[in-house]
Design a protein around this ligand. Structure first.
Ligand code: FES
Length: 235
């Protein structure tokens, strides 16, 4: 089939504003959306700019807005996006961040927020002789959150992020959940005050956009609700 691939293009060195360009691309139903972008770049316009690395849903670098929804381009098949020959598929950068070029956004603030929640194990007391152990049951509590690949699809799907650029966002707070509920972590006193604010947990209105956008099907809203309860009981 041939598809119309409509891409939001923007080159800050040449363009006053973003604009749409459309390319005709041959494709098979079981191709990924990423393959369309690669075709355009390799055969039609080498200036097209986007991020990708693993092409297997692991690195999280090719999150973008595809047909209006935040997705990983490498992890979505065309048969789930279009019905056949002549259909149009749209690609735009993730919203709520400055565009560097075409589909590449500036993720600086996203990672600032990630660092703000201190996403590492904080421990007290002397280090053990060997590793810090954890039972399977203890790990089960955080396992879902450990699947996060930091693609940003959730944070950029959240209206609270759109309305307040300082909002921590679901990705950073999910990472905070992962460490707060890790039984080896002693960091509540340092981490929870960052979350317990109207730029953090209390700007999450539980609308589930993050769950819908997550390419790893993480139950983000559930874990953020658990983090809210932890924040309240720790206060
Ligand atoms: S290219 Fe790595 S997640 Fe898609």
């Amino acid at each position: 089939m041939d598809l119309n691939v409509k891409i939001k293009r923007y080159n800050p060195e040449k363009d006053d504003a973003p604009h749409w360009e459309t390319y005709e691309v041959p494709a098979e139903p079981d191709d990924s959306a990423l393959s369309l972008l690669l075709y355009v770049k390799w055969h039609l316009d080498g200036t097209l700019t986007f991020r990708k690395s693993c092409a297997h849903g692991i690195c999280g670098s090719d999150a973008m807005k595809i047909n209006g929804e935040n997705k990983l381009a490498c992890s979505v098949l065309l048969q789930d996006l279009v019905s056949g020959d002549g259909d149009t598929i749209t690609f735009a950068p993730l919203p709520a961040a400055p565009v560097i070029k075409d589909l590449v956004i500036d993720q600086s603030r996203f990672f600032e927020k990630y660092r703000a929640v201190k996403p590492w194990l904080m421990t007290e007391g002397p280090a053990p002789e060997r590793e810090r152990e954890q039972t399977q049951e203890e790990f089960n509590v955080i396992e879902d959150a450990t699947k996060c690949i930091m693609c940003g699809a959730c944070t950029h799907a959240c209206p609270s992020t759109w309305s307040d650029p300082d909002y921590l966002g679901p990705a950073a707070m999910l990472k905070a959940y992962r460490y707060t509920f890790d039984t080896r972590d002693d960091g509540d006193e340092e981490r929870l005050p960052v979350l317990d604010s109207d730029k953090g947990l209390w700007k999450c209105y539980t609308i589930f956009n993050c769950n819908q956008a997550c390419p790893k099907d993480i139950d983000i809203t559930r874990w953020l609700s658990a983090l809210k309860r932890r924040s309240l009981t720790a206060a």
